[in-house]
Design a protein around this ligand. Sequence first.
Ligand code: COA
Length: 386
Amino acid sequence: MNDFLPGLEGVAATKSAISFIDGEKGLLSYRGYPLETLAEHSSFEETTLLLLQGELPTAHELADFTEQLRSNYRIKYHIREMMRHFPATGHPMDMLQTAVSSLGMFYLGNECLTGSDACKDIHYVRNMTVNIIAQMAPLVAMWEHMRQGYDPIEPREDLSVAENLLYMFTGKEPDPLMAKIMDVCLILHAEHTLNASTFSALVAGSTLATPFSVISGAIGTLSGPLHGGANQKVVSMLKKIGSPDNVEQWVDDKLANKKVIWGMGHREYKVKDPRATILHKLVAELVKERGGSLDAMFETAMRLEAVCADRLGHKGVYPNVDFYSGILYSEMGIPEDQFTALFAVARSAGWLAHWREQISNNRIYRPTQIYIGSDVREYKPLAERS
Ligand code: COA
């Protein structure tokens, strides 16, 4: 088969038992459990174990995993020292990619990744998985203080991933409602079949690269505005639009100039992304509770959703996960350029689940191409070229 399908649309590049999307009905499930059920009843820790192991954990397994995560929140001194030298103007996604890749120099043992069989050293796979997932959120929160010239706030082992993330960002006891919302956001962003960053994780994993290389590659891929970077763009777009009254004109100008509307559209969904539906409800609940500045941005977002449904609905372009998440993060006091890094914190669970699936039945990725360059030709020495 030598057909070229741009963007590999519709091409099956792997078999996976981790998650499932029905893009016509707007359904997403992790290991067979609907996302709505997990968002309501689960926690990020439990969902992560479900993604990694395939089954919901027992109470003992969950307690054990939670304890392992918490005891690995602390970041090595040398990584912290390295971060002190990063430019404060650097983007948090570049910081995260660099820091995760550097962790690979401290955690050795990847010799066990030897071939097409399952990794022989299950401890390596488990320990590296825990190290990476545990340290993503502390790295992101630490950087917030370090780039402002302060010492980072130490992580707390008595807090969940979501609570500790908020605590390390704000230095305050996490508000239970905000911690619950952050936990749901982490669940919603944890996994999403074979998207661009997960595909990059599979390709890197298939070469038997270390999990640190796998995840740093995935972080770089997620950073682009057509993928995870869109959540940062959405809030600045809503601020630029300013008010619901300006939406119609703004959308028409953008479309006339062939520009995309951030947070809209998805390769897999032809209806509203189920994650956007859950986030929309969360914002509505928070508006009821808090009101204030939240109202204006939310009103603008809802008007934008309605106008886009009118102008783009026939193309199957509706809000995706990035459309409402930034409004929630803004309310938590998290700066816009950190939104995509929060996405990466959550998605590390899905990336590592896919990495483990890949190395348990590995074949290196090596697709082909259709060559459209010139035929073999004669080399002209430099002096003879005009
Ligand atoms: N704004 C305006 N038009 C959009 C659009 C958007 N956000 N998303 C898709 N469309 C239009 C395209 O222009 C195209 O129109 P055409 O058929 O008249 O040329 C049609 O819808 C199909 O879009 P296409 O670009 O082929 O879809 P894709 O599957 O290649 O791209 C995205 C998917 C996500 C990259 C795309 O929807 C996009 O750029 N969205 C904005 C960025 C974003 O929010 N990314 C986060 C994704 S979770």
